[in-house]
Design a protein around this ligand. Structure first.
Ligand SMILES: [Zn+2]
Length: 105
């Protein structure tokens, strides 16, 4: 948990804190995999090495055929990032709380 910054205050003046944001940072910090995986050319069967920096389509150095990396292998090298919730901590007066409840009826 941390105190709200000016940016959060601009979203809503009652926001005083942000909760759960560190978990989000941790997940987003996961980078592309550096693990090299052997993949075969679809034209001649020659080995093609794929890693996290490889383009989606590889050109074989032996037969010049273009091989499109299958989704399963691509997602292994570029895992999707899971969205995690975070919460804003609000400081409201009883009058503001009552007014907010009316908005959601
Ligand atoms: Zn080839």
């Amino acid at each position: 948990m941390r105190l709200a910054t000016e940016r959060e205050h601009k979203l809503h003046s009652c926001i005083v804190g942000v909760i759960g944001e560190t978990a989000l940072r941790g997940d987003l910090a996961v980078s592309e995999s550096d693990e090299a995986i052997l993949f075969s050319c679809l034209g001649c069967g020659a080995p093609l090495t794929v890693d996290g920096s490889s383009p989606r389509t590889l050109t074989c150095e032996f037969c010049s055929a273009a091989s499109f990396i299958p989704d399963a292998l691509w997602l292994r090298m570029h895992p999707s990032q899971r969205k995690k919730p975070f919460w804003f901590l609000l400081a409201v007066t009883p009058k503001q709380k009552h007014a907010a409840k009316k908005c959601f009826r």
